[in-house]
Design a protein around this ligand. Structure first.
Ligand SMILES: O=C(O)C1=C[C@@H](OP(=O)(O)O)[C@@H](O)[C@H](O)C1
Ligand SMILES: C=C(OP(=O)(O)O)C(=O)O
Length: 434
C-alpha cells in the first residue's frame, strides 16, 4: 500500500508539461510493429499501460529500442509469442492487440491481465472478431487464447461508442481483404483513424443514418513513419481541474492534444464558468495540438448529456469532483460504461464524494451532485486500484477545506507517472504517507 494525502493548496498555478497521450502511444506502438521497416516515435508515454503494449509487440516479433525521448520500432511479420501476453491493467492493450493479431494465420497467443482487467468485458471484441473469422478459447474474460485466421470483412453496428472496439476492428481489417465498416451511435476518439492515415492507409468517416460510420479503403498496407505524440488531455485535466477549483489559480499546459473526441472535459468546465484559453494551435502527426490555459472563476452546476460522455469518458470522475465545488445541482447522464472501467467508477466516485461531505445521488447510469460552492474534505478515499479515481480525489483535496487521504496511489503509474512531481511543481500540497 502507498497512502497519500493532498491538502488545501491556495498558491496553485503556473506552467507545466504533461506526458504523452496514452491512446496515441498504444496506437503508435502497435501500427509501428505491424508496418514492415523502421518507425520512430517521439513523446511516447512510458506509463505501465503503454509499456505492457510495448512488451507485447516485442513478444509478437517487433524490435524496440528506446530512450526517454525517441523510440525506434522495427516492424514486420508477427509470430506466436512464447509466453502469455500480460496486458496488466490495460484494456486498450488487450483489445487493440487482439484485433491487430487476429488476422495472422497460424498465430496463437494467450492474453492475460491483472485482477481488474480480468473482470472487464471482452465479448465486445471477441464477438465481432469471431464474425470476421478469428477463433478464441474463452469469450468475455481474460485469460483468452486467440487463434489467428484468414479474416473476412465486417459490418459492425455498435450499441455504445467505443474507440477500443472500433480501433480493434480497423486493425484486424488491415489484414483482411473484405469490406470493413464500423458504425457508432456517436463518434468516439478517432486517434486510430488519424494514425492509420499517417501510415498511408485509406480510411474515411462520415455521418450515416445509424450514427457515425467509419470505413477502411482498399489501400491497407502500412508504410513506416515517424510519430510525435502530443500531451495527454486526460492527464492535463487534473491540472485544469485544480485551476478551476482553487481561488485565483491559473495553469498553462503546452502541447496538449485537443482532438474533438477528447475535449469534453475542457468544454464542460468552460460551460461551468472556468476561463479557458487555447493558444498556438497546430497539427502534430495529424492531431490538433495547442497550449491550453485554465483559470479559476465562479463555477455553475452542469448538465452532461449522454452524447457528451464519449469525449469526456475518462474524465467523468474528475468532472464529478469539480461539480462538487459548483453552486447548485449538477446532473451527469449516460454513465453506464463507467461501471466497466478499471473499477466501478460510478460507485467509487459516489463513495469518495460522500466521504468528503458532498451530497451525491447515484442512479443506475447517472450522478446527481449537490454542490455548495465549497467542499469540506477530510475523508478517506478508496482508489479501488484505479488511477483515475486516485488522481481525481487527490485533486479534489487541493481545493477542499480539509486534507483528503487516499488509501493507495500506486495505480497512478498506469497512466501518469510523475503526477505528484508535476502537481507539486505548481504548488500542490501532496505527500506520500508510507
Ligand atoms: O481507445 C482508447 O484508447 C480508449 C478508449 C476508451 O475506452 P472505450 O473504448 O472502452 O470507451 C477510454 O476509456 C480508454 O481509456 C482509452
Ligand atoms: C479506461 C482506461 O484505460 P483502459 O481501458 O485502457 O484500461 C483509462 O485510462 O481510464
Amino acid at each position: 500500500m502507498s497512502a497519500w494525502r493532498s491538502s488545501p493548496s491556495p498558491q496553485f498555478g503556473g506552467r507545466a508539461t504533461v506526458p504523452g497521450d496514452k491512446s496515441i502511444s498504444h496506437r503508435a506502438l502497435i501500427l509501428s510493429a505491424m508496418a514492415e521497416g523502421e518507425s520512430r516515435i517521439r513523446g511516447l508515454l512510458t506509463s505501465e499501460d503503454v509499456m505492457a503494449t510495448a512488451k507485447a509487440v516485442e513478444a509478437l516479433g517487433a524490435r524496440i529500442e528506446g530512450n526517454g525521448s525517441e523510440w525506434r520500432v522495427e516492424g514486420g511479420p508477427w509470430t506466436s509469442p512464447e509466453d502469455p501476453l500480460d496486458c496488466g491493467n490495460s484494456g486498450t492493450s488487450a483489445r487493440l492487440l487482439m484485433g491487430a493479431a487476429a488476422g495472422v494465420e497460424g498465430l496463437r497467443a494467450t492474453f492475460t491481465g491483472d485482477a481488474s482487467l480480468s473482470r472487464r468485458p471482452m465479448h465486445r471484441i471477441t464477438e465481432p472478431l469471431s464474425r470476421m473469422g478469428a477463433r478464441f478459447d474463452g469469450a468475455d474474460h481474460l485469460p483468452i487464447t486467440l487463434h489467428g485466421q484468414r479474416l473476412g470483412g465486417i459490418d459492425h453496428v455498435g450499441r455504445v461508442a467505443s474507440a477500443q472496439v472500433k480501433t480493434a476492428l480497423l486493425f484486424a481489417g488491415l489484414r483482411s481483404k473484405g469490406p470493413v465498416r464500423i458504425v457508432e451511435p456517436v463518434p468516439s476518439r478517432d486517434h486510430g483513424e488519424v494514425m492509420l492515415l499517417q501510415f498511408g492507409v485509406e480510411v474515411d468517416a462520415e455521418p450515416c443514418p445509424e450514427g457515425w460510420c467509419v470505413r477502411l479503403g482498399n489501400q491497407r498496407s502500412l508504410r513506416p513513419t515517424d510519430i510525435h505524440v502530443p500531451g495527454d488531455p486526460s492527464s492535463a485535466a487534473f491540472l485544469w481541474a485544480a485551476a478551476a477549483i482553487i481561488h485565483g489559480a491559473s495553469v498553462t499546459t503546452p502541447g496538449v492534444c485537443i482532438n474533438a473526441g477528447r475535449t469534453g472535459f475542457l468544454e464542460a468546465i468552460e460551460r461551468m464558468g472556468a476561463r479557458v484559453e487555447i493558444d498556438a494551435e497546430r497539427i502534430q502527426s495529424g492531431e490538433p495540438v495547442a497550449d491550453v490555459t485554465v483559470s479559476h472563476d465562479r463555477l455553475e452546476p452542469i448538465h452532461l448529456a449522454p452524447d457528451q460522455v464519449p469525449s469526456t469518458i475518462d474524465e467523468i470522475p474528475l468532472l464529478a469532483c469539480v461539480a462538487s465545488f459548483a453552486d447548485g445541482e449538477s446532473h451527469l447522464e449516460g454513465l453506464g460504461e463507467l461501471r466497466h472501467k478499471e473499477s466501478d467508477r460510478l460507485g467509487a466516485v459516489a463513495a469518495g464524494l460522500t466521504a468528503n461531505g458532498v451530497s451525491v445521488f447515484p442512479e443506475a447510469d447517472a450522478l446527481r451532485i449537490l454542490g455548495r460552492g465549497k467542499v469540506r474534505g477530510g475523508g478517506m478515499v478508496l482508489a479501488h486500484g484505479d488511477h483515475r479515481i486516485a488522481m481525481a480525489f487527490l485533486t479534489l483535496g487541493l481545493g477542499a477545506r480539509q486534507p483528503v487521504t487516499l488509501d493507495d496511489g500506486r495505480s497512478i503509474a498506469v497512466s501518469f507517472p510523475g503526477f505528484a512531481e508535476v502537481m507539486r511543481s505548481l504548488g500542490a500540497q501532496l505527500e506520500e504517507l508510507e
